[in-house]
Write a protein that binds this ligand. Structure first.
Ligand SMILES: Nc1nc2c(ncn2[C@@H]2O[C@H](COP(=O)(O)OP(=O)(O)OP(=O)(O)O)[C@@H](O)[C@H]2O)c(=O)[nH]1
Length: 536
């Protein structure tokens, strides 16, 4: 197991591998749609929330504008009714004071009530603590009232008594239509007033608030009373509302905070009312929601990630092992390692099968090549390289051996008489016979044109001489097509008996072979014990 791990890691992961590719691809294909959906969902919900809030604030501003308008209309009506009653009592200060009290206390619409004659002279006030009774007023509201001689809702101004007020008044006419003065109620914008009751109670903890501006962009009402009297400039919503428009928009307030504002006009006064809420406060629950979605999705995403990682490993593992196998094709353990690969899916299974088949063929070819390199192609016997390898092996193992040098007698004549092909056939036949007399472990080689050698390991000289004789006999007895009978001459030597030097032993065998030739051929000559000539 350990061995196979080492083998598995033999390819340096310098390149992007399949496992990483699968991992990257799967994560990307899971993550991109998720982020996309998440983000698109966020954007859609965000826009929806903004739209709904804008719409809500518009409706809210419209509703408040309507109630404020109703209030002003009703205040004007109350004043009109009072003006009618007062017309016949203008010379009765007690009555006027009483009526002023009634108006202020019963309606609770005004912070103070003032009754003036056509010159602006104050006939009566409520509360009397105002201390303007008997004075002639020339404030903006009073001047407007006296000039207009009709119902008036003034723009805010600083009153004679030092209050920042809006003056709401009705003219007093006698039954014959003579202008007798006016009755007016003041709303103290910087103190508790009816607008607080109308608008302030709608202040919400969620950051929504309402404010009112007059035609000149002055703040008439604001939950932060410090702001009352301020002029709002560079505000698109205010610019729109004082033009008499109503609607909703995103706008930055004086502190640079982005607001979702709804706005509407209060027709009777020409005032604009704005209901707004910070955009960030509006979106905060959505951000919280999205975070919750993310946290809830995260564990599943992590589990998915682990599953993807594990799957990528499982898918890539057989291919990686096979790739390592392809890399180490020349190593002997590769076939075994490839065999051990768990190819659990079709492609890897086919690849494994093909690789094993290829490897098998490759190894067969290598074996054949090795054999070919050491083999004489004509006879199939070993060649000189094979002989050298065998001798080296004997030497290494300190194995004694006998050498039989073999040469066909008058082979030239055979070639000349029957042709080269028949000569080749004779060589092949001799090789065949050599194999017949050989035992397992003997080495038969063709070392020259028609020169052969037979190495007999662990064979003493006399046994080798007998084997040589047996071979000579077999060849002599062999009847060949066309050629008929042939004979061979043989020389035998032994290592180490004939000579300690291996080279010399081969030369001895050769010498014995030539001796056999010289002695008339078709015989065996042995290096030490002398020749054992045989005649056919
Ligand atoms: N057919 C064939 N002939 C070969 C091959 N190699 C060598 N020969 C021939 O073998 C003959 C060897 O002749 P020699 O060694 O001169 O002598 P010989 O005719 O065998 O006579 P002695 O050895 O003296 O008995 C030559 O005619 C070579 O052409 C081969 O591969 N095939």
């Amino acid at each position: 197991m350990k061995k196979s791990n080492t083998w598995r890691r033999s390819l340096a992961p310098s390149r992007l591998d399949l496992r990483r590719l699968i991992l990257a691809l799967t994560i990307a294909s899971a993550l991109i749609p998720f982020i996309n959906t998440f983000y698109a969902g966020y954007l859609v919900q965000r826009q929806q929330l903004i739209d709904t809030t804008l719409e809500g604030h518009h409706a809210y501003a419209t509703k408040l504008a309507k109630s404020t308008d109703d209030f002003l209309q009703s205040a004007l009506q109350q004043l009109a009714y009072s003006a009618q009653l007062m017309a016949s009592h203008m010379k009765e200060p007690g009555y006027l004071t009483q009526e002023a009290h009634r108006l202020r206390l019963q309606t609770k619409s005004f912070n103070s009530v003032t009754i003036i004659d056509p010159t602006g002279y104050v006939l009566a006030t409520s509360p009397e603590t105002l201390q303007i009774k008997g004075k002639t007023l020339q404030s903006a509201g009073v001047v407007e009232t006296l000039t207009k001689r009709g119902p008036v809702v003034s723009q805010p101004y600083l009153s004679t008594a030092g209050n920042y007020i809006v003056f709401i008044s009705q003219p007093i006419f006698s039954t014959d239509g003579q202008y007798l003065g006016a009755v007016g109620g003041s709303v103290y914008l910087k103190e508790d007033n009816i607008l607080d009751t109308l608008l302030g109670s709608h202040f919400y903890q969620d950051g929504t608030y309402v404010y009112v501006v007059d035609k000149n962009k002055h703040i008439i009402y604001h939950p932060d009373s410090q702001r009352v009297g301020d002029r709002v400039i560079n505000n698109d919503v205010i610019n729109s509302v004082i033009k008499g428009e109503s609607g909703a928009a995103t706008v930055f307030n004086s502190k640079g905070v982005e607001m979702l504002a709804g706005y509407a006009i209060i027709p009777v006064a020409g005032w604009g009312i704005v209901a707004q809420r910070p955009k960030a406060t509006t979106l905060a629950p959505l951000n919280k929601l999205m975070r919750a979605v993310l946290y809830k999705t995260l564990p599943i995403a992590l589990v998915m990630l682990v599953v993807i990682w594990w799957s990528a490993r499982r898918i890539a593992s057989p291919l990686r092992q096979l790739a390592n196998g392809a890399h180490d094709m020349d190593k002997p353990e590769t076939a075994q390692n490839i065999q051990a690969v768990k190819s659990w899916y079709f492609e890897s299974h086919e690849l494994k099968k093909a690789m094993l088949k290829g490897l098998n063929r490759l190894q067969r070819n290598i074996t054949k090549l090795r054999e070919d390199v050491n083999t004489d192609p004509l006879t199939g016997l070993g060649n000189r390289r094979h002989l050298e390898a065998a001798v080296t092996a004997f030497q290494t193992q300190e194995l004694s051996f006998s050498v039989i040098a073999i040469d066909i007698d008058h082979f030239k004549r055979i070639n000349d008489s029957f042709g080269h092909d028949t000569g080749d056939e004779v060589l092949t036949q001799l090789a065949h016979t050599m194999r017949e007399v050989s035992r397992v472990g003997d080495v038969a080689c063709r070392v020259g044109g028609e020169e052969f050698l037979l190495l007999l390991p662990n064979t003493p000289l006399d046994a080798a001489a007998n084997a040589a004789e047996r071979l000579r006999q077999l060849v002599e007895d062999m009847a060949l097509a066309d050629v008929g009978h042939i004979t061979i001459s043989l020389g035998v030597a032994h290592w180490p008996d004939s000579d300690m030097d291996i080279k010399a032993v081969f030369q001895q065998a050769d010498a014995m072979l030539y001796a056999a030739k010289r002695s008339g051929r078709n015989r065996v000559m042995v290096s030490e014990a002398g020749s054992m000539p045989h005649k056919t």
